[in-house]
Design a protein around this ligand. Structure first.
Ligand code: NAP
Length: 630
């Protein structure tokens, strides 16, 4: 069971000799939460009394019970195990006070004979075995407790306690939306020991018992609670409720939030794990705050498999609310090569969804680059198998998830043919590339490769027009470059793409005062996400010292070393009439960024000519605006 699955106060009680301390210690250790032995917190006067063989009376116990309750209060966030005799109902009421809903009582029950025998075997215990009868006389057996027979070994007892607690407790976290991602995340959470609430909407004759059927099909979900009624789902969750939304971005998120608002309580936390637009997240954080709720916008990358085995997670919003769900997200996240979770608090407001959007933008360009390399090699007459072998060799030098899956895709056969050859060449999209492109335009950052990749997808959709034009105009020819040149062009273009993506995040972070830690973002993208790669690992230290990859000397060298090939490939693609917008744009951007004197002086003159927009002069550092009567 995950540590925070026990984010509750567990009181283990029983008469002396029932094994409270040894069972409590073991339980605490297995749950990763602190153990407190109540006997260690008796006032001195009580200890002296007991060591003289005198039983404690109720007033002796009062200060002790109050101390224990304060200790329980201190641990109410993370939980703890407290071993305590608490033989009377009055004591238990005094101990739990307002914490009652977070407390779980465990009663270790054994016969007088068995416990007497155990007590006889004990040495140096301040309570002698002869006092045992008075304890049994005082004992009022608790009704609400989980009762455990102490005959078994401590190990068996602890396992028994854990499974019984899980059975009676409410769900620690809920997931709404049993689609591709919601299903995987729920299984991931349950597989890590969390008790999960599952919910999918009910639509008559269409969507019925989705969550219940899903639960029934997966063993790890046996302790989960499944619903298609939102109110019951919400009531089945521990307070403050933690609810992850995995529904389609846009109207569906708003619809679910609206419904949740009717049934949640103040302080509950909603985590939107879908690909929502960061500005929507900004406004949802505001409106949820007005209703007394917390809202965390969270990018989740890695697709279905990542969500199941460990995604890269990019949460943002109110930090205090994040602290309450941090354990859950970090536990289910992928782990980097040092074993640290690929989950980091990105910053305030919708910064997490912004960063996820740019992740997807970088992904668009990385995919397009591979598409273009495939097209170049195809133009040279290489078979799918030969292209796969070429890419496989690149993998050894600088691997990436996308390159790896491309090798698999190229080799996948269906009967005698390749699956890839049967796929229509119209690349779809779900909108994050479009949003990223709009954000690039808004930010003023010249991140040109993401739009190039987006428009390549758009162009691919014009299949009919392309087919007609292919008839009218002359066909292209083989791209005349070597495999080494292509590999270096690919490496060059990836540096430019990552440089642009991270510069864009840096700029928008600064514009919004988000203080996004770029190195941390690179780190959480080293595992669990679609753009994980060896290159990304190398960027973690680079981005610690600079937000510009092109300002790092190692990568400047790499750019210099691969530039000639990148240029040759761009030229050869143009000559061969091969559409390669990202390979060409990488070179083009590089030319622009390394040009100290551009032609923008002419643009300024033109603007001033027709619109009196004014311009600045090179020889006037004051920044004064000038206008010429042209
Ligand atoms: P999905 O398979 O289409 O599932 C969508 C879920 O949302 C379904 O459970 C659906 O319920 C529910 N839903 C839709 N409209 C609803 C409404 N009005 N009220 C209540 N529930 C509603 O989508 P997905 O792939 O899991 O994606 C979920 C989110 O994660 C999206 O924002 C997506 O962009 C993002 N994401 C997806 C991936 C991926 O690889 N798939 C990766 C990262 C992020 P019904 O079944 O009843 O319609």
């Amino acid at each position: 069971m995950a540590a925070s699955a026990m984010g509750r106060i567990i009181f283990i009680m029983g008469v002396s000799g029932s094994g409270k301390s040894s069972v409590g210690k073991l339980l605490a250790q297995k749950c990763g939460i602190p153990f407190i032995d109540a006997d260690d917190h008796h006032p001195v006067a009580n200890i002296e009394k007991m060591s003289k063989g005198l039983p404690l009376n109720d007033s002796d116990r009062e200060p002790w019970l109050d101390t224990l309750r304060s200790i329980a209060e201190e641990h109410k966030e993370g939980g703890c195990v407290i071993a305590c005799s608490a033989l009377k109902e009055d004591y238990r009421v005094r101990l739990t006070g307002s914490l009652a809903s977070q407390v779980q009582w465990i009663y270790l029950k054994g016969s007088y004979e068995l416990i007497y025998q155990r007590m006889q075997q004990r040495e140096n215990h301040f309570m002698e075995a002869k006092m045992l009868q008075s304890q049994f006389d005082t004992l009022e057996e608790p009704k609400e407790a989980i009762t455990i027979n102490i005959k078994e070994s401590p190990e068996t007892i602890v396992n028994n306690i854990k499974s019984q607690i899980k059975r009676v407790m409410k769900a620690e976290i809920g997931v709404i939306g049993m689609g591709v991602m919601g299903r995987s995340l729920s299984r991931n959470l349950a597989g890590r020991g969390y008790k999960v609430g599952l919910y999918n909407r009910h639509v008559d004759d269409k969507e019925e018992n989705i969550a219940k059927d899903f639960k029934a099909n997966h063993n790890e979900l046996s302790d989960s609670l499944a619903f298609d009624d939102l109110q019951s789902f919400v009531h089945a969750l521990e307070v403050p409720r933690k609810i992850i939304l995995m529904v389609n971005a846009g109207a569906a998120v708003d619809a679910v939030i609206e419904e949740l608002g009717q049934v949640m309580s103040e302080g509950d936390i909603v985590v939107d794990g879908g690909n929502s637009h960061f500005e929507d997240t900004n406004s949802r954080i505001e409106s949820m705050r007005e209703g007394g709720f917390h809202f965390i916008g969270t990018g989740v990358s890695g697709g279905e498999e990542g969500a199941l085995r460990g995604p890269s997670i990019m949460p943002s919003g109110n930090k205090e609310a994040y602290d309450k769900i941090q354990n859950y997200l970090e536990t289910i996240a992928a782990k980097d090569s040092d074993g640290r979770p690929c989950c980091t608090y990105v910053g305030q407001r919708g910064s997490g969804h912004f960063v996820k959007m740019i992740h997807n933008g970088i992904e668009y360009a990385e995919m397009q680059l591979l598409g273009e390399c495939y097209a170049v090699l195809k133009s040279q007459g290489l078979s799918n198998e030969e292209i796969a072998t070429t890419f496989e060799a690149w993998m050894k030098e600088q691997g990436s998830y996308l390159l790896g899956i491309t090798v698999d895709i190229l080799r996948k056969k269906e009967g005698d043919g390749y699956v890839l050859d049967s796929i229509l060449d119209k690349a779809a999209n779900k909108g994050t590339g479009k949003w990223a492109t709009a954000a690039i335009a808004d930010s003023g950052e010249p991140a040109t490769m993401i739009p190039a990749a987006l428009f390549a997808r758009y162009l691919s959709f014009f299949k009919d027009k392309r087919m007609v034009a292919a008839e009218v105009f002359s066909a292209g020819k083989a791209v005349d470059i070597t495999a080494v040149q292509l590999k270096e062009a690919y490496q060059f273009s990836r540096i430019i793409n990552h440089h642009q993506g991270f510069s864009l995040i840096a700029r928008v972070s600064e514009q919004n005062n988000w203080k996004v830690n770029l190195s941390e973002i690179a780190r959480i993208w080293t595992a669990g996400c679609i753009i994980k790669s060896d290159f990304m690992k190398e960027l973690v230290p680079v981005l610690k010292v600079s937000s510009s990859i092109l300002m790092d000397t190692k990568w400047q060298e790499q750019i210099k070393n691969t530039y000639a090939s990148a240029q040759a490939v761009a030229v050869a693609c143009l000559q061969a009439q091969l559409h390669a917008p990202c390979l060409i744009e990488a070179v083009n951007f590089f030319h622009g960024i390394k040009t100290a004197d551009t032609s923008a002086n002419l643009i300024q003159a033109q603007r001033d000519y027709f619109g009196a927009h004014t311009y600045k002069r090179r020889n006037d550092p004051s920044g004064k605006s000038y206008h010429t009567q042209w």
